[in-house]
Structure formats: C-alpha cells, structure tokens
Design a protein around this ligand. Sequence first.
Ligand SMILES: [Mg+2]
Length: 231
Amino acid sequence: MTLKGRFRYVFFDADDTLWENESYFREAEHRFARLLSAYAPAEKIAACLAEKQEENIPVFGYGSKTYLLGMLDAAAGICGDSFGPEIYFKTKQIIHELAYHEFHLMPGIEEVLKALHGKYRLAVATKGDLLEQMTKYRESGLYGYFHHIEVMERKSAEDYLAMAAKLDIAPEEILMVGNSVKSDIAPVISIGGTAIHVPHEVTWSHEMMEIPASDRVIEVKNIKEILNFLL
Ligand SMILES: [Mg+2]
C-alpha cells in the first residue's frame, strides 16, 4: 500500500515515538517499589499504584504530577500510620528525577523527519501536561521539522477532530504515526483517518488495547519503515 499523494499532513505521537518516555516511568515505579519494600511486595505496590493512576488521570490528567499523586495515594494506603515526611520527600524525589531525566530521541526518528520535511506538513500530536510536553519538545531540538504541536487532554476521537479542524483538514486526511494503539491508532481509525503503528518495547498497561481491524491501519516494526509508504 502506498500513502503517497493522499496526505498533506503527517501527525506524530511524541512519547515513545519521538523520544523515550515509558522506560523512565517504569524505572520510577521500580524505585518506588524499593522505597516501600518493607511494607508490601513489589507486585502489590505496582497494582495499587496502577489503580490510583486510573482514579487520578480522569481528574488531573496525564503526566508526572499525576503520577506523583498516585504514588503518594498508594504510599499512604500501603504504609498507613508509617507514612510520613521521609516517604513523602523520597517519593517526590523519584518524580523529580523522572521529570528531569536524561533525554533520548528514539533511534532513527530524526532521519525520518528529515526525509519527510518539505514533502509533508509535520505535526506533533501528543497528550498530557503542557509544561512537560513543551519542555521535552524544546529539549528534543526537533521543532524545526514541525509545523504545529498539539498537546491534547486525552487523545480522544474528539481531541483529534478538534486538531484536524484547527489545521483545516478533514478527519479522513489525518495520517497518525504512534506507538499506542489506544491513543494513536484507535481514535484516529474511529473518525475515518489512517494510522501507522510503530510499537515500542515498553507499553504502559493503561495504553494496552487490541489493534482495530481496519484497512486503514498499517503496522511496521521500525519507524524508518514508514518512509516506504510515504515517499
Ligand atoms: Mg506514545
């Protein structure tokens, strides 16, 4: 299948498509489990944290600040009366190091953007905390390739419709590239767009979902393969 000539825009997911992200969250989760290891086994801590995340995301949105709240909720529940300033500040330190971790672009991404730049209008379609996403965007040095960045609340179908309207394109003209089936593939397919799934080795349980059956979904193993469809 070729997509050449059918699209003016290519939308790119940011976390784990442009730059590494999820592995830092998993590392923070391991550190948190070590911090509470005297109170509960690692699996119980992980399950409790995941539950608190699901409760907090609809209220506070995505990003590391919500993750901090989830950790503190979990720690208070697991440690009971032993929860105090030491656990509070050590948890906060874990999140601080998560938010200001070493920055790594995904392998091959810059080569892909360079090859597409000038042939397509490129846009970042991401979600989460505005400050965090914009800080990473600036740090990435990739902004020269992009025409637009949209930091959505949830990456719902409605969020994609609003982004398309802003760029003056029909939903059918959306071509989205990303690693998350739930956020990057399913909502785009549901509104008539086309999506390319580039899996990342680490996927957050919250983002797990079956790939929708559609001839508008393309699966590749490596980001560089998208050039075979676009050039
Ligand atoms: Mg992603």
